[in-house]
Design a protein around this ligand. Structure first.
Ligand SMILES: [Zn+2]
Length: 177
């Protein structure tokens, strides 16, 4: 949490700007209307299935901030194969799973407006100790999001990202509430 800063977008001082933003749903689900959601999708806090055909898991993509202990955090969804979905489900409550399971492969299921298209980018999924969401590590090394994850970003860039997100979607991602 950044205490306060002068925003590069609106020029005002924002208090308590969070260094994380979360997509509540995979984009495919977010773009569906209520009837479609009811008839085609099953969703929980961390998993989503659409048409018994598309499988999603929620995770975190960390971007190190140079000189800070806390990363900038994107809370995102990844699309995974059913087989992977089942494997992750099987170890949901398994102690030490982070040592014995994965990494798995998936593709990002959210577009981030702050970057060139991020939907469907390949990612590795590392399960974490029970109770913690998996970490996503980008595979497509030449994409700006992957470069930032690998190299880290400056505090100034972190503030810029925060202000962009804050102003483009107050309260979260489109359709996420
Ligand atoms: Zn602002």
């Amino acid at each position: 949490m950044i205490e306060s800063f002068k925003c590069s977008t609106c020029g005002k001082v924002h208090e308590g700007l969070p260094m994380s933003f979360a997509a509540d749903f995979p984009d495919m689900y977010a773009h569906m209307n209520r009837d479609e959601r009811d008839s085609r999708a099953v969703i929980g806090s961390d998993q989503c299935i659409i048409d018994q055909q598309w499988f999603f898991i929620r995770g975190c993509l960390e971007i190190p901030i140079v000189g800070s202990d806390e990363p900038f955090l994107w809370g995102l969804w990844a699309c995974i194969r059913q087989e992977v979905f089942d494997q992750i489900e099987d170890c949901w409550e398994l102690g030490g799973r982070e040592q014995s399971r994965g990494p798995f492969k998936g593709r990002l299921a959210n577009s981030l407006a702050e970057y060139p298209e991020t939907l469907n980018l390949k990612t590795k999924i590392f399960v974490q100790p029970v109770g913690t969401r998996p970490l996503f590590v980008m595979e497509e090394a030449d994409h700006p999001l992957a470069i930032e994850q690998q190299s880290g970003i400056s505090r100034a860039r972190a503030l810029e990202l925060a202000s962009l997100v804050l102003h483009s979607r107050p309260g979260g991602f489109p359709d996420s509430r």
